[in-house]
Ligand binder design. Structure first.
Ligand SMILES: NC(=O)c1ccc[n+]([C@@H]2O[C@H](COP(=O)([O-])OP(=O)(O)OC[C@H]3O[C@@H](n4cnc5c(N)ncnc54)[C@H](OP(=O)(O)O)[C@@H]3O)[C@@H](O)[C@H]2O)c1
Length: 272
């Protein structure tokens, strides 16, 4: 019997980028945390950035979350270690650059695994623990989960699937007391934001395709703002947050009037 009653959260992809900021935010709210990544050194380095924590407060677990066997073993360990789980944040995900016209099935499969299968497997494996705690799952989408954009055709395709799966899971799991939410941020400010996709630009794409959001004219968001949105889902039951928030109006307009939505999207994403 574990006498510690503090809540427990698992953050996939918590060893870098947004996932690490979310893990730090959960720590500041009193959670015990397990961060997951494939690279042990990266996990250790991430933990070192979180200051001195009491033993067992912040654990790093090597796990490839595209592997069902590894994911099931991981959540079994979480159950045995803490005897509870209150929050799962599915933050693993990756973009690329390219047009759907040129998207090959193998690349689509990779994007699908990174952005959809990861969230599916971790959510499935965590359901028994989350049901016992009436806990929450927060999936990290993207503006590309809500609308199309130039030069990120594969990413938009799979993030839309993640958004659909998230709503489906919310409907299915509500009667079991598990809250499921989606946070869909625009490009996130980070020091390497302009460089990450430079190598994925082939001759078919203009140079600005490597810019954040494929050149979308949206200011980079502080990752702390995205982490605050995750907390709003966990603590206040928010179901679907778009950042920056004013874009929700454009998204709704585009759903109601698709021609106007397309016109706005092409206007606010750069073609040169
Ligand atoms: N960055 C942005 O501008 C932006 C904007 C909107 C939405 N998002 C979304 O936010 C999320 C985080 O993005 P990010 O750019 O912050 O990520 P990132 O810096 O690339 O970090 C990815 C994290 O996921 C881990 N990871 C990747 N594949 C994994 C796997 N198969 N199993 C376990 N861990 C794995 C990585 O560690 P290892 O490599 O060591 O495994 C790392 O900790 C993604 O879902 C992304 O789509 C990002």
């Amino acid at each position: 019997m574990n006498a510690d009653k503090r809540p427990v959260a698992v953050v996939t992809g918590g060893s870098a980028g947004l996932g690490l900021v979310i893990a730090r935010t959960l720590l500041s709210h009193g959670y015990r945390i397990v961060i997951m990544g494939r690279d042990e050194g990266r996990l250790e380095a991430a933990i070192a950035t979180c200051g001195n924590q009491e033993p067992g407060r912040l654990l790093g677990q090597v796990c490839d979350v595209t592997s069902r066997a590894e994911v099931e073993e991981l959540f079994s360990t979480v159950g045995q270690t803490f005897q509870r789980l209150d929050v799962l944040v599915n933050c693993v995900g990756a973009s690329d650059r390219g047009l759907v016209e040129n998207l090959d099935v193998e690349q689509l499969g990779t994007l699908w695994d990174q952005n959809v299968v990861t969230a599916l497997l971790c959510s499935q494996a965590s359901i028994p623990l989350l049901e016992a705690s009436s806990g929450a799952i927060v999936n990290i989408g993207s503006l590309a989960a809500k609308v199309g954009a130039r030069y990120i055709g594969g990413y938009s395709t799979v993030k839309h699937a993640l958004a659909g799966m998230t709503q489906q899971m919310r409907l299915e799991l509500k009667p079991r007391g598990i809250h499921v939410a989606l946070v869909s941020p625009g490009p996130i400010a980070r020091s390497d934001a302009g460089d990450r996709y430079r190598d994925s630009i082939d001759g078919t794409l203009p140079p600005q395709a490597s810019a954040p959001g494929g050149g979308a004219r949206v200011k980079g968001l502080p990752p702390e703002r995205v982490a605050a949105a995750v907390m709003k889902c966990i603590r206040r039951g928010a179901v679907d947050i778009v950042l920056p928030g004013h874009l929700r109006i454009l998204i709704a307009l585009g759903h109601a009037f698709p021609r106007i939505g397309d016109w706005l999207l092409l206007k606010f994403t750069s073609s040169k």
